[in-house]
Ligand binder design. Structure first.
Ligand SMILES: *Cc1c(COP(=O)(O)O)cnc(C)c1O
Length: 359
């Protein structure tokens, strides 16, 4: 069986060494030494100024929205994982969808301004598949209108834009370290900011608003993560360069193998160093996509429809038409991609895709 992804598991011995330390210290959570060490090492690896390690990528989004005091309307993308939209709803804000660019699948920055109203307080966009948004144009629009910017960088680990970490952009960037992501800590996430005052606020929010044992400065939440999760991150981080290199190799091989299949690929921002974290292909029609899925599934290969459906059609929201997102999400499929995927697996997938189209 070939699944869309397979979580990376490190050498168990290395993980156990960290566990022994936890048993010695008897310190399991609440900002322990492994959490601190992971934060330091990640800041160095990513070359970012500030970050906080959190329980998951969804609480990261919620803490970001809360820390910036966003209210009322937030302009966001209809083409992302559902957590991008639901965190806005959980913070009692209204998601206002800007349609995407059919080439990059990120929000078309030229569509943002028309959606700004007196109720708009922020912009929350996803670097879809790790492909950087048009960060400069978005920053300009935000500054002009006094809006805050959050980037959901759940797919964007290790991505650089013009030589800098993509997490350096926006008022806050967030990411996820969930088991299915390129770098993971089983469950986990993070927030990034360049502003010390925003960092302090998020650090209070992460820990119930405690500013001392008997002092509570903010209505916070529990956004912490444990020593066990941090240990997984510390072990996995050592393998990340290798994982990044294999993703690139696999991705370039897919490019060769599917060259004659009738699909197109999203355009990756030319000023970026991408992480090749996913392998999305766009079919000419939903019917072609479905034929491909049936063919692959019948050979125990399970791609995923990332992202389907378009978030603009969620049943609990009033429909805000986004024709491009709604069209593309019906035709886009992510092919399997993980560290141990072999060349012959990729060749097999390519042959099945061709066979599905020639049937
Ligand atoms: C995975 C993901 C999230 C949620 O992260 P969790 O760590 O699973 O909570 C949010 N946004 C996007 C775009 C994601 O892919």
């Amino acid at each position: 069986m070939i699944n869309i992804t397979k979580p990376f598991l490190p050498d168990m011995k290395e993980y156990i060494e960290y566990l022994e330390g936890i048993w010695e210290r008897e310190w399991l959570t609440n900002n322990g030494p492994l959490v601190n060490d992971l934060e330091l090492k990640l800041k160095e690896f990513l070359q970012v100024k500030h970050m906080l390690y959190l329980g998951n990528g969804t609480i990261a989004l919620q803490i970001a929205i809360k820390a910036l005091g966003l209210k009322n309307e937030i302009i966001t993308t209809p083409f992302s994982y559902v957590a991008t939209t639901t965190s806005i709803i959980w913070e009692n804000c209204k998601p206002v969808f800007a349609d995407i660019d059919p080439k990059t699948l990120n929000v078309d920055a030229d569509k943002i301004e028309a959606l700004i109203t007196p109720e708009t307080t922020g912009i929350l966009l996803t670097h879809v598949y790790g492909n950087p948004c048009d960060v400069e144009k978005i920053d300009q629009i935000a500054q002009k209108h006094g809006l805050k910017v959050i980037y959901d960088g759940a797919h964007a680990f290790a991505v650089k834009y013009k030589g800098r970490s993509i997490f350096d952009y926006g008022d806050i960037s967030t990411t996820s370290f969930h088991a299915t992501k390129l770098f993971h800590t089983i469950e986990g996430g993070a927030v990034f900011t360049k502003e010390a005052s925003i960092l302090r606020k998020m650090s209070l929010l992460r820990n119930f608003g405690h500013s001392g044992n008997e002092q509570f400065e903010e209505p916070g939440i529990n956004g912490k993560n444990s020593e066990f999760h941090a240990a997984m991150g510390l072990v996995n981080l050592k393998k990340t360069d290798q994982i990044l290199a294999s993703r690139k190799r696999q991705s370039l091989y897919y490019d060769q193998v599917i060259a004659t299949v009738r699909v197109t690929r999203p355009e990756i921002h030319k000023d970026s160093e991408w992480n090749y974290s996913y392998y999305p292909v766009i079919f000419e029609s939903e019917e072609e996509l479905k034929k491909a899925v049936v063919m692959l599934n019948s050979h125990w290969i399970y791609p995923r429809r990332y992202f389907y459906p378009s978030l603009s059609t969620l049943p609990y929201l009033e429909h805000q038409p986004c024709p491009i997102s709604e069209d593309i999400s019906k035709r886009v499929l992510c092919l399997p991609m993980y560290h141990t995927l072999r060349q012959e697996d990729i060749e097999y997938i390519g042959r099945l895709l061709l066979r599905a189209q020639n049937n």
